[in-house]
Design a protein around this ligand. Structure first.
Ligand code: PMP
Length: 455
Protein backbone atom coordinates (compact mmCIF):
# COMPACT_ATOMS: atom_id res chain seq x y z
CA UNK A 1 0.00 0.00 0.00
CA UNK A 2 1.19 3.49 -0.88
CA UNK A 3 1.32 5.35 2.42
CA UNK A 4 3.09 8.55 1.40
CA UNK A 5 1.28 11.39 3.19
CA UNK A 6 -0.54 12.60 0.10
CA UNK A 7 -1.34 9.25 -1.47
CA UNK A 8 -4.97 8.36 -2.10
CA UNK A 9 -4.58 5.54 0.42
CA UNK A 10 -3.31 7.84 3.18
CA UNK A 11 -6.00 10.44 2.50
CA UNK A 12 -8.68 7.76 2.49
CA UNK A 13 -7.51 6.59 5.91
CA UNK A 14 -7.32 10.17 7.15
CA UNK A 15 -10.70 11.45 5.98
CA UNK A 16 -13.06 8.73 4.80
CA UNK A 17 -15.28 6.86 7.28
CA UNK A 18 -16.36 3.70 5.45
CA UNK A 19 -19.64 1.81 5.43
CA UNK A 20 -19.63 -1.81 6.63
CA UNK A 21 -15.92 -1.73 7.41
CA UNK A 22 -13.95 -2.31 10.59
CA UNK A 23 -12.54 1.23 11.05
CA UNK A 24 -9.60 0.12 13.16
CA UNK A 25 -8.56 -2.55 10.66
CA UNK A 26 -8.98 0.00 7.87
CA UNK A 27 -6.59 2.40 9.56
CA UNK A 28 -3.94 -0.36 9.38
CA UNK A 29 -4.83 -1.93 6.06
CA UNK A 30 -6.10 0.96 3.96
CA UNK A 31 -8.49 0.83 1.01
CA UNK A 32 -8.66 -1.08 -2.26
CA UNK A 33 -9.23 1.83 -4.62
CA UNK A 34 -11.19 1.19 -7.78
CA UNK A 35 -10.56 3.34 -10.79
CA UNK A 36 -12.69 2.27 -13.73
CA UNK A 37 -15.10 -0.34 -15.03
CA UNK A 38 -15.71 -2.27 -18.23
CA UNK A 39 -18.37 -4.96 -18.70
CA UNK A 40 -18.24 -7.34 -15.75
CA UNK A 41 -14.78 -6.08 -14.75
CA UNK A 42 -13.45 -3.32 -12.52
CA UNK A 43 -9.84 -2.12 -12.40
CA UNK A 44 -8.03 -0.79 -9.35
CA UNK A 45 -5.64 2.14 -9.42
CA UNK A 46 -2.71 -0.28 -9.79
CA UNK A 47 -4.28 -1.54 -13.03
CA UNK A 48 -5.32 -4.93 -11.59
CA UNK A 49 -8.45 -6.34 -13.19
CA UNK A 50 -11.17 -8.06 -11.16
CA UNK A 51 -14.32 -9.88 -12.16
CA UNK A 52 -16.98 -8.00 -10.20
CA UNK A 53 -18.62 -11.20 -8.99
CA UNK A 54 -21.03 -9.18 -6.81
CA UNK A 55 -22.18 -6.61 -9.40
CA UNK A 56 -20.95 -3.99 -6.91
CA UNK A 57 -23.55 -4.47 -4.20
CA UNK A 58 -25.81 -6.96 -6.02
CA UNK A 59 -26.83 -4.21 -8.34
CA UNK A 60 -25.00 -3.49 -11.61
CA UNK A 61 -27.09 -5.58 -14.01
CA UNK A 62 -25.75 -4.16 -17.28
CA UNK A 63 -22.05 -3.98 -16.40
CA UNK A 64 -19.70 -1.17 -15.49
CA UNK A 65 -19.58 0.93 -18.65
CA UNK A 66 -22.95 1.01 -20.37
CA UNK A 67 -22.91 3.92 -22.79
CA UNK A 68 -26.70 3.98 -23.12
CA UNK A 69 -27.09 4.71 -19.41
CA UNK A 70 -24.40 7.37 -19.56
CA UNK A 71 -26.25 8.98 -22.49
CA UNK A 72 -29.65 8.72 -20.79
CA UNK A 73 -28.30 10.47 -17.70
CA UNK A 74 -26.46 13.12 -19.72
CA UNK A 75 -29.47 13.95 -21.86
CA UNK A 76 -31.78 14.20 -18.86
CA UNK A 77 -29.24 16.34 -17.00
CA UNK A 78 -29.17 18.71 -19.96
CA UNK A 79 -32.96 18.86 -20.36
CA UNK A 80 -34.29 18.97 -16.79
CA UNK A 81 -31.60 18.04 -14.25
CA UNK A 82 -33.91 18.18 -11.29
CA UNK A 83 -37.52 18.31 -10.40
CA UNK A 84 -39.74 16.84 -7.72
CA UNK A 85 -43.24 15.46 -7.34
CA UNK A 86 -44.48 17.53 -4.39
CA UNK A 87 -47.66 19.59 -4.61
CA UNK A 88 -49.01 17.96 -7.81
CA UNK A 89 -45.80 18.58 -9.82
CA UNK A 90 -44.60 15.86 -12.14
CA UNK A 91 -42.27 15.21 -15.07
CA UNK A 92 -42.02 12.84 -18.01
CA UNK A 93 -39.46 10.33 -16.69
CA UNK A 94 -41.41 9.78 -13.42
CA UNK A 95 -44.69 9.27 -15.28
CA UNK A 96 -43.12 6.91 -17.83
CA UNK A 97 -41.32 4.90 -15.17
CA UNK A 98 -44.35 4.59 -12.89
CA UNK A 99 -46.42 3.31 -15.81
CA UNK A 100 -43.64 0.96 -16.87
CA UNK A 101 -43.26 -0.56 -13.38
CA UNK A 102 -46.99 -1.07 -12.93
CA UNK A 103 -47.00 -2.80 -16.32
CA UNK A 104 -44.16 -5.09 -15.28
CA UNK A 105 -45.58 -6.06 -11.89
CA UNK A 106 -46.22 -9.78 -11.47
CA UNK A 107 -49.54 -9.11 -9.72
CA UNK A 108 -51.93 -6.19 -10.28
CA UNK A 109 -50.40 -3.12 -8.64
CA UNK A 110 -51.97 0.32 -8.43
CA UNK A 111 -49.37 2.97 -7.54
CA UNK A 112 -45.61 3.53 -7.33
CA UNK A 113 -43.95 5.74 -4.72
CA UNK A 114 -40.37 6.84 -5.48
CA UNK A 115 -37.56 6.95 -2.91
CA UNK A 116 -33.75 7.04 -2.99
CA UNK A 117 -32.48 3.82 -1.41
CA UNK A 118 -33.71 0.41 -0.40
CA UNK A 119 -33.60 1.46 3.25
CA UNK A 120 -35.61 4.57 2.60
CA UNK A 121 -38.22 2.64 0.62
CA UNK A 122 -38.71 0.12 3.46
CA UNK A 123 -38.76 2.89 6.06
CA UNK A 124 -41.47 4.62 4.07
CA UNK A 125 -43.42 1.38 3.73
CA UNK A 126 -43.53 1.03 7.52
CA UNK A 127 -44.84 4.58 7.85
CA UNK A 128 -47.46 3.88 5.20
CA UNK A 129 -48.56 0.73 7.05
CA UNK A 130 -49.05 2.71 10.24
CA UNK A 131 -50.90 5.46 8.38
CA UNK A 132 -53.11 2.88 6.67
CA UNK A 133 -54.00 1.07 9.89
CA UNK A 134 -54.99 4.39 11.45
CA UNK A 135 -57.05 5.16 8.36
CA UNK A 136 -58.83 1.83 8.71
CA UNK A 137 -59.63 2.51 12.36
CA UNK A 138 -57.29 -0.29 13.47
CA UNK A 139 -54.60 1.66 15.33
CA UNK A 140 -53.44 -1.50 17.13
CA UNK A 141 -52.57 -3.22 13.79
CA UNK A 142 -49.02 -1.84 13.45
CA UNK A 143 -46.49 -4.61 14.08
CA UNK A 144 -44.38 -6.07 11.32
CA UNK A 145 -42.89 -9.54 11.26
CA UNK A 146 -39.56 -9.96 9.52
CA UNK A 147 -37.11 -12.86 9.64
CA UNK A 148 -33.86 -13.62 11.41
CA UNK A 149 -31.06 -12.84 8.90
CA UNK A 150 -33.43 -10.95 6.62
CA UNK A 151 -31.94 -7.73 5.21
CA UNK A 152 -34.07 -4.67 4.64
CA UNK A 153 -31.67 -1.77 5.13
CA UNK A 154 -30.08 0.36 7.82
CA UNK A 155 -32.28 3.37 8.58
CA UNK A 156 -34.05 3.22 11.95
CA UNK A 157 -37.11 1.28 10.80
CA UNK A 158 -35.48 -0.77 8.04
CA UNK A 159 -32.52 -1.74 10.27
CA UNK A 160 -35.10 -2.87 12.82
CA UNK A 161 -36.66 -5.10 10.16
CA UNK A 162 -33.21 -6.39 9.22
CA UNK A 163 -32.54 -9.49 11.31
CA UNK A 164 -28.77 -9.40 11.71
CA UNK A 165 -27.09 -8.80 15.08
CA UNK A 166 -24.54 -6.20 13.95
CA UNK A 167 -27.32 -3.98 12.58
CA UNK A 168 -28.94 -3.88 16.04
CA UNK A 169 -26.13 -4.13 18.56
CA UNK A 170 -25.25 -0.77 20.13
CA UNK A 171 -27.65 1.05 17.78
CA UNK A 172 -30.46 0.51 20.32
CA UNK A 173 -32.47 -1.40 17.73
CA UNK A 174 -34.85 -2.93 16.87
CA UNK A 175 -37.58 -0.44 17.67
CA UNK A 176 -40.75 -1.74 19.31
CA UNK A 177 -43.25 -3.53 17.15
CA UNK A 178 -40.81 -5.33 14.85
CA UNK A 179 -40.54 -9.09 15.35
CA UNK A 180 -38.29 -11.68 13.74
CA UNK A 181 -39.34 -15.22 12.90
CA UNK A 182 -37.36 -18.29 11.82
CA UNK A 183 -34.71 -18.01 9.13
CA UNK A 184 -35.68 -20.49 6.39
CA UNK A 185 -32.20 -21.95 5.92
CA UNK A 186 -32.68 -25.70 5.82
CA UNK A 187 -28.97 -26.55 5.80
CA UNK A 188 -28.37 -24.59 9.00
CA UNK A 189 -31.72 -24.72 10.78
CA UNK A 190 -33.17 -28.07 9.69
CA UNK A 191 -33.24 -30.72 12.42
CA UNK A 192 -31.91 -34.27 12.19
CA UNK A 193 -34.32 -36.37 10.17
CA UNK A 194 -36.47 -33.37 9.22
CA UNK A 195 -37.23 -33.19 5.49
CA UNK A 196 -37.03 -29.91 3.60
CA UNK A 197 -40.82 -29.82 3.34
CA UNK A 198 -41.23 -30.56 7.04
CA UNK A 199 -38.83 -27.72 7.76
CA UNK A 200 -40.96 -25.40 5.60
CA UNK A 201 -44.02 -26.52 7.57
CA UNK A 202 -42.18 -25.73 10.81
CA UNK A 203 -41.27 -22.24 9.54
CA UNK A 204 -44.95 -21.59 8.76
CA UNK A 205 -46.00 -22.97 12.15
CA UNK A 206 -43.46 -20.72 13.89
CA UNK A 207 -44.92 -17.74 12.06
CA UNK A 208 -48.45 -18.80 12.96
CA UNK A 209 -47.48 -19.22 16.62
CA UNK A 210 -45.86 -15.77 16.70
CA UNK A 211 -48.99 -14.18 15.19
CA UNK A 212 -51.19 -16.02 17.71
CA UNK A 213 -49.11 -15.01 20.70
CA UNK A 214 -48.87 -11.35 19.62
CA UNK A 215 -52.53 -11.23 18.63
CA UNK A 216 -53.44 -11.40 14.92
CA UNK A 217 -55.12 -7.98 15.10
CA UNK A 218 -51.81 -6.35 16.04
CA UNK A 219 -49.86 -7.51 12.95
CA UNK A 220 -49.95 -5.28 9.87
CA UNK A 221 -47.49 -7.05 7.59
CA UNK A 222 -44.84 -9.67 6.97
CA UNK A 223 -41.73 -8.47 5.12
CA UNK A 224 -39.34 -10.82 3.36
CA UNK A 225 -36.94 -11.11 0.47
CA UNK A 226 -38.13 -13.82 -1.96
CA UNK A 227 -34.62 -15.26 -1.56
CA UNK A 228 -32.50 -13.81 1.25
CA UNK A 229 -29.48 -11.96 -0.06
CA UNK A 230 -27.22 -10.14 2.36
CA UNK A 231 -28.11 -12.49 5.23
CA UNK A 232 -26.24 -15.25 3.40
CA UNK A 233 -28.06 -16.07 0.11
CA UNK A 234 -30.71 -18.29 1.66
CA UNK A 235 -32.95 -20.12 -0.80
CA UNK A 236 -36.30 -20.90 0.82
CA UNK A 237 -37.08 -24.61 1.24
CA UNK A 238 -39.59 -26.15 -1.19
CA UNK A 239 -43.21 -25.31 -0.27
CA UNK A 240 -42.05 -22.49 2.04
CA UNK A 241 -43.77 -19.63 0.26
CA UNK A 242 -46.99 -21.51 -0.31
CA UNK A 243 -47.21 -22.30 3.41
CA UNK A 244 -46.21 -18.83 4.60
CA UNK A 245 -48.78 -17.17 2.34
CA UNK A 246 -51.49 -19.49 3.63
CA UNK A 247 -50.75 -18.31 7.19
CA UNK A 248 -50.77 -14.62 6.20
CA UNK A 249 -54.05 -15.09 4.32
CA UNK A 250 -55.67 -16.57 7.42
CA UNK A 251 -55.04 -13.41 9.45
CA UNK A 252 -55.40 -10.61 6.88
CA UNK A 253 -51.71 -9.72 7.10
CA UNK A 254 -50.10 -7.88 4.17
CA UNK A 255 -47.09 -9.36 2.40
CA UNK A 256 -44.19 -7.09 1.47
CA UNK A 257 -41.80 -8.66 -1.03
CA UNK A 258 -38.46 -6.90 -0.69
CA UNK A 259 -37.25 -7.29 -4.28
CA UNK A 260 -34.27 -4.97 -3.82
CA UNK A 261 -31.84 -7.76 -4.78
CA UNK A 262 -34.15 -10.24 -6.54
CA UNK A 263 -35.90 -7.70 -8.77
CA UNK A 264 -35.20 -7.23 -12.49
CA UNK A 265 -33.92 -10.63 -13.46
CA UNK A 266 -31.57 -11.75 -10.73
CA UNK A 267 -33.25 -15.11 -10.06
CA UNK A 268 -33.85 -15.92 -13.75
CA UNK A 269 -37.33 -14.36 -13.88
CA UNK A 270 -38.11 -10.64 -13.85
CA UNK A 271 -38.99 -10.73 -10.14
CA UNK A 272 -38.17 -13.11 -7.32
CA UNK A 273 -41.91 -13.13 -6.63
CA UNK A 274 -42.36 -14.95 -9.96
CA UNK A 275 -39.59 -17.46 -9.27
CA UNK A 276 -41.14 -18.39 -5.92
CA UNK A 277 -44.81 -17.86 -6.77
CA UNK A 278 -45.35 -15.03 -4.33
CA UNK A 279 -48.34 -12.69 -4.52
CA UNK A 280 -47.21 -9.55 -2.68
CA UNK A 281 -49.30 -6.56 -1.64
CA UNK A 282 -46.25 -4.28 -1.67
CA UNK A 283 -42.94 -4.67 -3.54
CA UNK A 284 -39.71 -2.86 -2.68
CA UNK A 285 -37.49 -2.08 -5.69
CA UNK A 286 -33.99 -0.64 -5.95
CA UNK A 287 -30.42 -1.62 -7.00
CA UNK A 288 -30.86 -3.20 -10.45
CA UNK A 289 -33.64 -0.73 -11.29
CA UNK A 290 -30.90 1.73 -12.40
CA UNK A 291 -28.05 -0.79 -12.30
CA UNK A 292 -27.03 1.52 -9.42
CA UNK A 293 -25.70 4.14 -11.88
CA UNK A 294 -27.96 6.50 -9.93
CA UNK A 295 -29.28 6.10 -6.35
CA UNK A 296 -32.91 5.21 -6.81
CA UNK A 297 -35.68 3.11 -5.29
CA UNK A 298 -39.41 2.70 -5.27
CA UNK A 299 -42.21 0.64 -3.88
CA UNK A 300 -45.38 -0.48 -5.56
CA UNK A 301 -48.64 -1.22 -3.79
CA UNK A 302 -52.00 -2.70 -4.65
CA UNK A 303 -55.15 -0.62 -4.75
CA UNK A 304 -56.20 -2.23 -1.46
CA UNK A 305 -53.07 -0.86 0.19
CA UNK A 306 -53.21 2.51 -1.54
CA UNK A 307 -56.87 3.47 -1.17
CA UNK A 308 -57.05 3.87 2.65
CA UNK A 309 -53.76 5.82 2.64
CA UNK A 310 -55.08 8.17 -0.04
CA UNK A 311 -58.37 8.58 1.85
CA UNK A 312 -56.54 9.43 5.07
CA UNK A 313 -54.24 11.95 3.35
CA UNK A 314 -57.32 13.40 1.69
CA UNK A 315 -58.97 13.90 5.09
CA UNK A 316 -55.82 15.38 6.66
CA UNK A 317 -55.31 17.64 3.67
CA UNK A 318 -51.96 16.40 2.35
CA UNK A 319 -49.76 13.31 2.46
CA UNK A 320 -47.13 14.51 4.92
CA UNK A 321 -44.34 12.52 3.34
CA UNK A 322 -41.85 12.90 0.47
CA UNK A 323 -38.15 13.27 -0.30
CA UNK A 324 -36.34 16.05 -2.13
CA UNK A 325 -34.65 13.47 -4.33
CA UNK A 326 -37.67 11.17 -4.72
CA UNK A 327 -38.65 10.52 -8.36
CA UNK A 328 -35.44 12.23 -9.48
CA UNK A 329 -35.69 12.78 -13.24
CA UNK A 330 -32.13 11.63 -13.90
CA UNK A 331 -32.63 8.46 -11.87
CA UNK A 332 -35.96 7.81 -13.57
CA UNK A 333 -34.45 8.34 -17.03
CA UNK A 334 -31.58 5.97 -16.20
CA UNK A 335 -34.04 3.39 -14.83
CA UNK A 336 -36.17 3.54 -18.00
CA UNK A 337 -33.15 3.03 -20.24
CA UNK A 338 -31.77 0.30 -18.00
CA UNK A 339 -35.09 -1.60 -18.07
CA UNK A 340 -35.17 -1.19 -21.85
CA UNK A 341 -31.71 -2.76 -22.09
CA UNK A 342 -32.71 -5.64 -19.82
CA UNK A 343 -35.69 -6.33 -22.08
CA UNK A 344 -34.04 -5.74 -25.46
CA UNK A 345 -31.03 -7.91 -24.67
CA UNK A 346 -33.19 -10.49 -22.93
CA UNK A 347 -30.96 -10.35 -19.88
CA UNK A 348 -33.54 -12.18 -17.78
CA UNK A 349 -33.21 -15.23 -20.05
CA UNK A 350 -29.43 -14.82 -19.91
CA UNK A 351 -29.62 -14.78 -16.11
CA UNK A 352 -31.59 -18.04 -16.22
CA UNK A 353 -29.16 -19.74 -18.66
CA UNK A 354 -25.90 -18.45 -17.21
CA UNK A 355 -27.44 -18.91 -13.78
CA UNK A 356 -27.97 -22.63 -14.44
CA UNK A 357 -24.29 -22.89 -15.41
CA UNK A 358 -23.16 -20.98 -12.34
CA UNK A 359 -25.34 -23.08 -10.03
CA UNK A 360 -24.11 -26.35 -11.56
CA UNK A 361 -20.52 -25.16 -11.18
CA UNK A 362 -21.01 -24.11 -7.54
CA UNK A 363 -22.71 -27.42 -6.72
CA UNK A 364 -19.62 -29.10 -8.17
CA UNK A 365 -17.62 -27.71 -5.23
CA UNK A 366 -19.98 -29.26 -2.69
CA UNK A 367 -17.65 -32.22 -2.07
CA UNK A 368 -14.67 -29.99 -1.26
CA UNK A 369 -13.57 -30.38 2.38
CA UNK A 370 -13.96 -26.62 2.89
CA UNK A 371 -17.42 -26.30 1.34
CA UNK A 372 -20.38 -27.10 3.59
CA UNK A 373 -23.13 -26.10 1.17
CA UNK A 374 -23.43 -24.72 -2.35
CA UNK A 375 -26.70 -22.89 -2.94
CA UNK A 376 -28.48 -20.32 -5.07
CA UNK A 377 -30.92 -19.67 -7.88
CA UNK A 378 -30.25 -17.92 -11.18
CA UNK A 379 -27.34 -15.49 -10.98
CA UNK A 380 -27.17 -15.41 -7.20
CA UNK A 381 -25.41 -18.08 -5.21
CA UNK A 382 -23.14 -18.83 -2.28
CA UNK A 383 -20.65 -21.31 -0.95
CA UNK A 384 -20.67 -21.93 2.78
CA UNK A 385 -17.05 -22.23 3.87
CA UNK A 386 -16.46 -24.69 6.71
CA UNK A 387 -13.62 -26.25 8.62
CA UNK A 388 -12.97 -29.80 7.42
CA UNK A 389 -14.83 -32.33 9.56
CA UNK A 390 -12.93 -33.33 12.67
CA UNK A 391 -10.45 -30.48 12.16
CA UNK A 392 -12.45 -27.58 13.57
CA UNK A 393 -9.61 -26.53 15.86
CA UNK A 394 -7.74 -23.51 14.57
CA UNK A 395 -10.65 -22.37 12.39
CA UNK A 396 -12.58 -19.32 13.37
CA UNK A 397 -16.28 -19.71 12.62
CA UNK A 398 -17.65 -16.37 11.42
CA UNK A 399 -14.21 -15.40 10.06
CA UNK A 400 -13.81 -18.04 7.35
CA UNK A 401 -15.40 -15.82 4.70
CA UNK A 402 -12.95 -13.01 5.36
CA UNK A 403 -10.03 -15.46 5.18
CA UNK A 404 -11.37 -16.90 1.91
CA UNK A 405 -11.90 -13.45 0.45
CA UNK A 406 -8.15 -12.78 0.30
CA UNK A 407 -7.72 -15.75 -2.00
CA UNK A 408 -10.55 -14.66 -4.26
CA UNK A 409 -9.00 -11.21 -4.63
CA UNK A 410 -5.61 -12.75 -5.41
CA UNK A 411 -7.34 -14.71 -8.19
CA UNK A 412 -9.00 -11.61 -9.60
CA UNK A 413 -12.51 -12.26 -8.31
CA UNK A 414 -14.59 -9.99 -6.12
CA UNK A 415 -17.02 -11.88 -3.92
CA UNK A 416 -18.56 -10.89 -0.61
CA UNK A 417 -18.08 -12.62 2.70
CA UNK A 418 -21.25 -12.90 4.75
CA UNK A 419 -19.96 -14.51 7.90
CA UNK A 420 -18.73 -17.85 6.55
CA UNK A 421 -20.59 -17.73 3.24
CA UNK A 422 -19.09 -16.37 0.02
CA UNK A 423 -21.64 -14.77 -2.28
CA UNK A 424 -21.76 -14.68 -6.08
CA UNK A 425 -23.99 -12.24 -7.88
CA UNK A 426 -22.37 -11.25 -11.20
CA UNK A 427 -23.84 -8.77 -13.70
CA UNK A 428 -26.72 -10.11 -15.82
CA UNK A 429 -24.66 -9.50 -18.99
CA UNK A 430 -22.19 -12.24 -18.05
CA UNK A 431 -21.22 -14.75 -20.78
CA UNK A 432 -20.79 -18.52 -20.49
CA UNK A 433 -16.99 -18.13 -20.75
CA UNK A 434 -17.03 -15.57 -17.94
CA UNK A 435 -19.06 -17.91 -15.73
CA UNK A 436 -16.31 -20.49 -16.31
CA UNK A 437 -13.70 -17.85 -15.36
CA UNK A 438 -15.52 -17.30 -12.05
CA UNK A 439 -15.60 -21.03 -11.36
CA UNK A 440 -11.89 -21.36 -12.20
CA UNK A 441 -11.06 -18.51 -9.83
CA UNK A 442 -13.17 -20.17 -7.12
CA UNK A 443 -11.37 -23.48 -7.63
CA UNK A 444 -7.95 -21.83 -7.40
CA UNK A 445 -9.03 -19.88 -4.34
CA UNK A 446 -10.28 -23.01 -2.57
CA UNK A 447 -6.92 -24.65 -3.29
CA UNK A 448 -5.05 -21.62 -1.94
CA UNK A 449 -7.27 -21.49 1.13
CA UNK A 450 -6.82 -25.22 1.80
CA UNK A 451 -3.03 -24.85 1.46
CA UNK A 452 -3.06 -21.92 3.89
CA UNK A 453 -5.12 -23.99 6.31
CA UNK A 454 -2.72 -26.93 5.74
CA UNK A 455 -5.32 -29.49 4.90
N1 PMP B 1 -33.45 -4.57 1.00
C1 PMP B 1 -32.65 -5.53 0.53
C2 PMP B 1 -33.21 -6.87 0.19
C3 PMP B 1 -31.29 -5.27 0.33
O1 PMP B 1 -30.48 -6.21 -0.13
C4 PMP B 1 -30.79 -3.97 0.63
C5 PMP B 1 -29.34 -3.61 0.41
N2 PMP B 1 -28.44 -4.62 0.31
C6 PMP B 1 -31.67 -3.03 1.14
C7 PMP B 1 -33.00 -3.36 1.30
C8 PMP B 1 -31.20 -1.67 1.52
O2 PMP B 1 -30.87 -0.93 0.41
P1 PMP B 1 -29.92 0.38 0.53
O3 PMP B 1 -28.55 -0.11 0.83
O4 PMP B 1 -30.06 0.99 -0.84
O5 PMP B 1 -30.48 1.22 1.58
Amino acid sequence: MDLRPNSDEARDIAYHFHSYTNPRVHEEQGPLIMDRGEGIYVFDTQGNRYIEGMSGLWSVAVGFHEQRLIDAATQQMAKLPYYHNFAHRSHGPAIDLAEKLIGMAPVPMSKVFFTNSGSEANDTILKMLWYRSNALGKPEKKKVISRIRGYHGVTVASASMTGLPYNHKSFDLPIDGILHTTCPHYWREGRDGESEEDFATRCAEDLDAMIQSEGPDTIAAFIAEPLMGAGGVVVPPVTYWEKIQAVLGKYDILLIADEVICGFGRTGKMFGSETFDIRPDIMTLSKQITSSYFPFSAFMMTEEVYAPIADEAGRIGVLGHGYTGGAHPVGAAVALENLKIIEERDLVANAAERGAELQAGLRGFAGHPHVGEARGVGLIGALEIVAPEGREEGFNPGQLGAAMNKHFLKNGLISRAMMDAMAFCPPLIITAAQVRDILTAVEQSLEGFAAEMQV
